[in-house]
Design a binder for this molecule. Structure first.
Ligand code: SAJ
Length: 431
């Protein structure tokens, strides 16, 4: 372990999908960690050695860290030598970045800051936010000096180091991924690198704070644009009666082509959000990034339209009433093999269909036990795959969960299929 943080305390502000795994990673290396969260339930759960989020192996690591006394949670910040801010950065109406959580977190740690401390912003942030955070801290603590005023001689070191981990693989990626570290000065970066080296095995690459902010936004915007290309291809191919999955497989045989997979839209709290932070700061220049957001955001509506067409066809061909048609949505999560329904296109499509066909929509989601209120209140039922398919007239395959990939239960069944993930290509009817 680097000498600099031996026997020191690290405080993580925000114990969510990034903060809690990071806290656990430091604590599991024998570092004293104080986790801070505004939610008392979260704090109580962690102090009992339990977790409030689903992430493979996190429960074990947190349990060990708490039992061995390295990790403790609280609602009120305490003095520490390094503070790591990992709070949400959503957007408001009009896709304007909402920095209020970062502002509140900065102001909450300001009273306990002391000379020599390091503050790192991990939250994905629009360009300029680290400098903004430094100003908030300086306003609260005029008795301390900060890099924006005192350069390398400042009392407090400040850096941005965006998280880049993939949900479902967080503990492994936290350790193995390279980290981009952008200090407000070189010594700020060096202090941050020394901190991350406690558990990061990937390379810590130093740049300035603005480039580090833009780097994270660029990574997610790049993926969003690539997915938008695949989604656009899927609607073009539908119109031209071409199998988009075969097309992409063939095009990807070219040594310099690597097209991603179409889906029902882009979900989660990262890829569908972060590109807007670029668009907001440089609207006239971000034409491609902006358009990709629109293409991906409109895909759920397109899928809904395909389901409606299928229902109409079934009614006509099977001579049944609209009130007798059973629509089954396979998958609700925002991507495969997770239980996270946040900002999920599959959830949005299921809701839209439930409003259109009240009482006729069934959901299958192997990773949850109960439907969210937003669906149960619309009369959606949650069923096992086999039973739901047995009663189905129209099936919308929305998430490529392993349970669906493993077993194509539609074989030999006369149902209309809208396969948004292209995993049941041999199904009897492809719309
Ligand atoms: N998706 C497709 N087609 C694809 C790939 C993804 O439709 O070919 C969809 C998924 O189904 C999902 C959405 O995109 O709805 C996002 O999923 P994802 O797996 O691409 O990304 P996230 O949101 O789980 O995590 C991303 C990652 N960023 C990149 O891969 C550049 C992760 O490394 C980041 O740390 C994370 O965002 C974050 O926190 O910003």
């Amino acid at each position: 372990m680097p000498q600099r943080f031996r026997n020191k305390t690290i405080s993580i502000i925000g114990l969510g999908y990034i903060g809690l795994p990071s806290a656990a990673a430091f604590a599991s290396r024998g570092i004293r960690v104080v986790g801070v969260d505004v939610n008392q339930n979260t704090v109580d759960t962690i102090n009992q050695g339990k977790v409030h989020i689903v992430e493979p192996e996190l429960d074990m690591v947190v349990h060990a860290a708490v039992t061995e006394g390295y990790l403790r949670a609280t609602t009120i910040p305490e003095p520490a030598e390094a503070f790591l801010i990992a709070v949400p950065t959503p957007f408001r109406d009009g896709h304007e970045p909402d920095l209020s959580f970062i502002e509140a977190a900065s102001k909450s740690i300001a009273p306990v800051l002391k000379k020599g401390d390091l503050v790192i912003l991990e939250s994905t942030s629009p360009v300029g936010t680290t400098e903004q955070m430094a100003s908030w801290l300086a306003e609260e603590r005029p008795d301390l000096s900060f890099p924006q005023g005192s350069g390398e001689n400042s009392d407090i070191r400040i850096a941005h180091c965006p998280e880049r981990v993939l949900p479902g693989h967080v503990l492994r990626e936290l350790v193995q991924n390279d980290r981009v570290v952008g200090g407000l000065t070189r010594q700020c970066s060096d202090a941050a690198v020394a901190l991350y080296k406690i558990f990061v095995e990937g390379e810590c690459i130093v740049t300035d704070a603005r480039t580090a902010e833009m780097c994270k936004l660029t990574e997610n915007a790049s993926r969003d644009v690539a997915i938008a290309f695949a989604n656009e291809l899927s609607t073009i191919c539908d119109k031209l009666d071409i199998d988009v999955w075969e097309l992409i497989r063939l095009a990807n045989r070219h040594p310099r082509v690597n097209i991603l997979q179409p889906g029902p839209g882009v979900g989660g709290h990262c890829i569908a959000v972060d590109p807007w932070f670029i668009v907001h700061r440089a609207p006239s220049e971000s034409r491609l990034i902006h358009t990709a957001r629109i293409v991906n955001d409109e895909k759920p509506q397109w899928v809904e339209h395909k389901v409606v067409q299928a229902v109409t066809r079934v009614i006509r061909e099977q001579k049944i009433g609209e009130h007798d048609v059973n629509v089954v949505c396979l998958g609700l999560a925002f991507k495969a093999d997770i239980d996270d329904l946040r900002a999920s296109p599959a959830l949005e499509i299921t809701k839209r269909l439930a409003m259109r066909y009240p009482g006729r929509v069934t959901a299958v989601e192997p990773n949850i036990d109960n439907l969210p209120e937003s669906l149960s209140s619309l009369g959606v039922k949650l069923k096992e795959q086999d039973q739901a398919i047995e009663e189905a007239h129209v099936v919308a395959l929305l998430v490529d969960h392993r349970e669906f990939k493993d077993k194509n239960v539609l074989r030999n069944k006369d149902v209309a299929l809208i396969d948004t993930r292209g995993i049941w290509m041999s199904a009897p009817r492809q719309l």
